[in-house]
Design a protein around this ligand. Structure first.
Ligand SMILES: [Zn+2]
Length: 585
């Protein structure tokens, strides 16, 4: 099939449109396969010509991908604004909760153990619980599950840090509970279970009990009369048993296929002289275990929908026995799949260990995926929330990467962050034969000239009419002597000499067109004397040193800017020198 020149032009335009829109969607890199698919979908008549069209598509994709992201976006938004309007209105909603209409009010809860700060791995539970509560105009509860002073020892500072983390994520709870304030409530329910013969105090050696239960046989404690069990219960409080010597067990089917479900432990004796609780000290000897405390609380707090990871599936089975014993109805339970973020350590124990060993200096160390670290780097809470909402509560496992999070974050920062120049590893560039003074106005944002500009006056000095500028050693290293470079928004220069400390060049012309014709590299620069020292803390905790332009002096800590050709950074400190944290490209 031959195409008329009109058809060819039309096809070319269609390919360019698909490629640009695809590039904007994928961080500046259009995928040829996706573009081919799109074209074939819209123009099935070209299917016979796939080969020829693929060549054209590859060419166009390559050309589009060579444009800077800013440029791709500008062209795409200008030419096909409708494509962007559509995307904005397509805010994804979470799938409905099961049986929400059965309850007068939807109640969800997030229940952390205060033994660490929150991190990306916690985000799914928090965001889903909070969003669902908002979606149904319900209630979102924060419950500190701090009933293991021995192995999952809570630490006082984390109660507050977790509250702050939730505030940062804009997922503030409507109600808050702390389990260590509620110990008598758990006793009351344990006693009821014992009185009704639905639980017993087991004093067997753990190993003996394990062998019996694996063989689906009960221990002798199980069949003791209620009176005897209540006496044992009393003895647990009076110091009649040492830590580990007595456990309250909830009765289940002994032949349940999962041995971990059979007669699960609900309360135990702890040596709180040795392991005092940070909030209630040695006040209690008997402590509830996870399933009793969480199960009782979910019912008493009116939780209607438990949203948690599928590693809790067995806990639901265990608790269902207790709910039956107490005549309660188990809430709706949604168990989502694992969420892995490649390159991020989401193991709480590894984070805590790294802190204890001094590998990390603080909870907001940029190498960590803690909310505190994300905040310090300038990752926006809305980026985390949107990413989690898009993943939703599905049961399959999901693997994401930092790049996914950055893509969400870029959508927020790109239109808001002002642009500045930062020259890393600066060297001095002397440009000779500069014919006149240049008053340069650099827009703070390419799409928003109304936000203002930075202004620099570049005046030639001396007999040879030279100007001296800071440029990055990397930029000079990458260009050969004799090639032309364009100093952004200033002029074109030909490099004549370069070593690791300095470079020399000569003025060529002012016109951007000249630079474009020879595909000259565009580099940023800072006028010597109009600079300030600047260090950027990178995600691997190393420092990138350099100079920032003097307009950065007015920047306030916490602000987020884009250093052109370097990346988005959050201003951390700004005194005589600037310290910034690197967010992303
Ligand atoms: Zn026993």
């Amino acid at each position: 099939m031959l195409l008329t020149s009109k058809e060819e032009a039309e096809l070319g335009e269609l390919v360019r449109k698909s490629a640009l829109l695809n590039a904007v969607k994928h961080d500046g890199k259009a995928q040829p396969g996706a573009v081919i698919g799109k074209i074939m979908g819209e123009k099935p008549e070209y299917r016979d010509n796939v080969k020829k069209i693929s060549t054209l598509i590859n060419e166009v994709v390559q050309e589009v991908n060579s444009l800077p992201f800013e440029e791709q976006k500008r062209i795409a938004e200008e030419k096909w604004p409708e494509a962007f309007v559509k995307e904005k209105t397509e805010e994804r909603r979470l799938p409905p909760l099961p049986n929400a209409d059965k309850y007068s009010q939807v109640v969800t809860r997030y229940a952390p153990n205060p033994d660490c700060v929150l991190h990306l791995g916690s985000a799914r539970a928090i965001v889903l619980c909070h969003e669902y509560a908002r979606m149904y105009k319900g209630k979102f509860i924060l419950r500190f599950e701090d009933t293991d002073p021995k192995l999952k020892r809570p630490v006082l500072e984390f109660y507050d840090l977790i509250r702050q983390d939730l505030a940062w994520l804009e997922c503030e709870p409507d109600e808050e509970y702390i389990q260590s304030d509620r110990i008598p409530i758990y006793y009351e329910h344990a006693e009821k279970l014992l009185k009704d013969g639905n639980a017993y105090v087991c004093t067997c050696e753990p190993e003996d009990f394990r062998k019996r239960i694996l063989a689906q046989r009960s221990c002798d404690c199980r069949d003791l009369p209620v009176e005897e069990n209540l006496q044992r219960w009393k003895r647990m409080f009076e110091g009649g048993y040492k830590a580990g010597e007595a456990v309250v067990r909830v009765k289940t089917d002994l032949d349940h296929p999962n041995p971990a479900v059979r007669d699960w432990p609900a309360l135990r004796v702890l040596d709180t002289q040795k392991y005092p609780h940070p909030r209630v000290g040695s006040k209690y000897k008997v402590w509830p275990l996870y399933n009793l405390a969480a199960g009782v609380d979910d019912h008493l707090m009116g939780v209607t929908h438990i949203i948690r990871g599928k590693e809790h599936l067995t806990n639901e089975v265990r608790q269902t026995y207790m709910y039956k014993h107490l005549g309660w109805r188990y809430p709706e339970a949604i168990h989502y799949g694992r969420l892995k973020i490649t390159g991020a350590s989401l193991s709480k124990s590894k984070i805590v260990q790294g802190m204890q060993e001094g590998v990390y200096k603080s909870w907001d160390d940029p190498r960590l995926a803690t909310f505190m670290a994300l905040r310090r780097r300038g990752i926006q809470p809305d980026a985390v929330k949107k990413m989690i909402k898009d993943v939703g509560p599905k049961t399959s496992d999901v693997i994401l990467s930092w790049e996914n999070l950055y893509a969400y974050n870029r959508k927020i920062l790109d239109p808001t962050a002002d642009r500045y120049f930062f020259v890393q590893t600066p060297i001095e560039l002397t440009v000779k034969q500069v014919p006149k003074s240049f008053d340069v106005k650099l827009n703070l944002h390419p799409d928003h000239p109304e936000r203002g500009f930075r202004e620099y006056s570049v005046k030639p000095q001396g007999e040879d009419n030279h100007v001296t500028l800071w440029v990055s050693r990397k930029d000079i290293d990458e260009s050969r002597v004799g090639t032309m470079l364009r100093l952004m928004e200033l002029f074109n220069v030909k490099i004549e000499k370069a070593n690791v400390f300095s470079a020399e060049g000569v003025f060529v012309s002012e016109s951007y067109e000249d630079a474009r014709k020879v595909k000259a590299q565009l580099i940023h620069w800072i006028l010597i004397g109009k600079d300030m020292p600047c260090s950027v803390v990178m995600p691997d905790a190393t420092l990138t040193e350099g100079v920032a332009e003097s307009a950065c002096r007015q920047l306030k800590p916490d602000g987020i800017i884009q250093f052109e050709r370097f990346g988005f950074v959050r201003i951390d400190k700004n005194n005589a020198a600037l310290t910034a944290y690197y967010a992303q490209k």
